[in-house]
Design a binder for this molecule. Structure first.
Ligand code: SAM
Length: 284
């Protein structure tokens, strides 16, 4: 049986992932894709409210895909420009991985703060902060590093096939105020939450961070991944965790990680979280 703390964190996961209302995301998707227009709607206009209200009955396979994606993380449909409408796009397996890492960090008293580089709406960091507060680990800072204006334009050869910039994906640009409001929306305290606003290459090298127990990278590009690794990996405490969200989703991310591991003789085994994300634990 779950105790009250576990129940709170489970309900928070469900809310951040929008699992409870996942049908609404299918409704938005179907409306945007004009799948709910009545027959003859071009002549008479109008939404088919029977389908809108009972969306799961009419689009059961799409609903299953939505649920599966929510479990695995990532975009709604491959190749689609629809982003998820939850407060995190990382999926349940990756939230469970954060929970696992934090539980070991607290249990084994691994020193340092926690950071996510690439926060989008802030969902993963809201969960980190809520977890730390729930288990009364209130002295660690939760750092949120982001441009808050989306992914930079690709300038490096390694990123040339990935235009994830604001022009192509405006939905990846979430202002800092919206992230603050999201913390408030979930009643998660902003005490000991610090924002590093700007491009990683400008904010991370001199960030006033002493030690990290958890380093989570979710910046999509080779450049973003490499900038974060070069500025922060040496601050990760022995026994601390590094999580790479995009490792198998975006080849340029894997390339940056492999190059950095080779250059720094990092041999800790890479462990799979789901079909895209990986992590490893820095040796003692
Ligand atoms: C895929 S989203 C992150 C998803 C998020 N972790 C979640 O829980 O849903 C990528 C984020 O990285 C940020 N980003 C990517 N590269 C960046 C860079 N070089 N500097 C600053 N922010 C960057 C974007 O603004 C965007 O918010």
């Amino acid at each position: 049986m779950m105790n009250v703390k576990e129940k709170y964190l489970e309900l928070l996961k469900k809310s951040l992932l929008n699992e409870i209302y996942v049908e609404n995301e299918l409704r938005i998707f179907c409306l945007a894709e004009k799948k709910l227009l009545k027959k003859w709607s071009l002549i008479f206009g109008g939404i088919d409210f029977e389908k809108l209200h009972h969306i799961g009955k009419y689009f059961p396979e799409d609903l299953d895909t939505f649920k599966k994606n929510r479990f695995e993380g990532g975009l709604l449909t491959p190749g689609s420009r629809h982003l998820v409408y939850a407060d995190t796009m990382i999926g349940r397996k990756r939230l469970l991985n954060i929970e696992h890492c934090l539980s070991v960090i607290l249990e084994e008293k691994i020193l340092g703060d926690v950071i996510e580089c690439g926060v989008w709406k802030g969902g993963a960091t809201i969960f980190m902060k809520a977890y730390l507060d729930t288990y009364e680990s209130t002295d660690r800072v939760v750092w949120l590093a982001d441009s808050f204006e989306g992914v930079p334009e690709s300038t490096l050869a390694q990123d040339k096939y990935s235009d994830l910039s604001r022009k192509a994906y405006p939905g990846l640009a979430i202002p800092k105020d919206d992230v603050v409001k999201n913390f408030e929306k979930y009643d998660v305290s902003l005490d000991h939450v610090q924002f590093l606003e700007g491009w990683f290459k400008d904010t991370l090298p001199d960030a006033p961070i002493d030690k990290l127990a958890l380093l989570r990278l979710d910046g999509d590009l080779y450049e973003s991944t490499m900038d974060a690794l070069q500025s922060l990996y040496h601050k990760l405490s022995p026994g601390g965790f590094i999580i790479i969200d995009d490792y198998k989703a975006l080849p340029q991310c894997e390339e940056a990680v492999q190059e950095f591991r080779l250059q720094n003789t990092i041999t800790e085994p890479i462990q799979k979280i789901d079909s895209e994300a990986v992590f490893w634990r820095k040796k003692f």
